[in-house]
Design a protein around this ligand. Sequence first.
Ligand code: ADP
Length: 353
Amino acid sequence: MTSVPIDALPDAVLVATADGILTALNRVALDVLGAAAADLIGRPLGEAFHVRAPGGAPTMREGWPGQEGEREVTFRRPDGTDLQVAVTARVDGDVAIVALRPSGERSGIAVISTISHELRSPLTSVKGYTSLMLSRWDRLKDEQKRTMLEQVHHDADRVTRLVTELLDISRLETGRLVLRRQLVDVPALAASVVDKVAMGVADLDCEVEFPDGFPRVYADPDKVEQVLTNLVENAAKYGSPAAMRVSGDALDGVVAVTVRDTGEGIPQGDLQRVFTKFFRRDHGRPNGTGLGLWISQGLVEAHGGVLTAESELGSGSTFRFTLPIQTFDQDGARGNDERDGDPEPIGDDAARP
Ligand code: ADP
């Protein structure tokens, strides 16, 4: 068997002795860890990178723990910043080959497979219902046709939303996201989002409560709608559709919007991770790309707000975002306004003033 030099490997790879002393690192590992090989060779891996388990306890200090499978740990880089990685090790005699994958990052193939699946399921239903209607038009009752058309309409919206999300990702990552701001009536938008989500979730019971005289915010209504839809859908899908609540508070210079559910909650260890790209908690529920909250956070931050989450196991979760109450003049100073021009307007965005 020919052996491959570790520098030829596309992943970050460390080589250690079975008792955890570093003997080699490939170039990708040095890049990811921001380290110099000369400082590290001969040192225990756990100590060189202050490796910690998810609870913060030191790990990999006294030799290789010898566990199979992938494990999430935190490495500290020489510059003091932390890096969350998934590590896999293969111990062969006295040599351990350790592969690192930054958490939240997935291989290109895994990403394409998720996105293809998400696009395919609504398209399969569109194709199925339209074929059925075309072949049996005269035999179907009006009511049946209406139900099918409603489903096709709903699925077409799902595809459009996914494509919008994918475009948003590239815009957020390249700093090209452009907001088309106007005065937005957030309580009305919240009520309309809850109505739309209720069309797909028959048992949705969601109270919408905003104080009288809630200030209008100068924001992009499509983006605020996208954030609200994601939070309300998540609450119904991963929390519980019963006893949900969307509410608002007008604070000093900002408004805060809260979406609360009474579901099973999110463990503390996952609470920050839900905002990372492609993160999904593995509880076997259908559909989802793990992109929704990452994008929502990016959209809220583009407006100058923050999106945060709190959760208590057994009682439910609360997602809350703020939006600054701005005037036209103040906003003129911001860099992401429409007047900067959007190279790829989506949908009817181009027509809006
Ligand atoms: P997805 O497309 O998978 O819904 P999101 O980024 O919107 O992606 O959510 C990421 C993960 O966060 C979900 O897969 C789910 O496990 C978890 N999550 C989000 N909202 C809630 C909630 N209200 N209650 C429990 N878990 C949630």
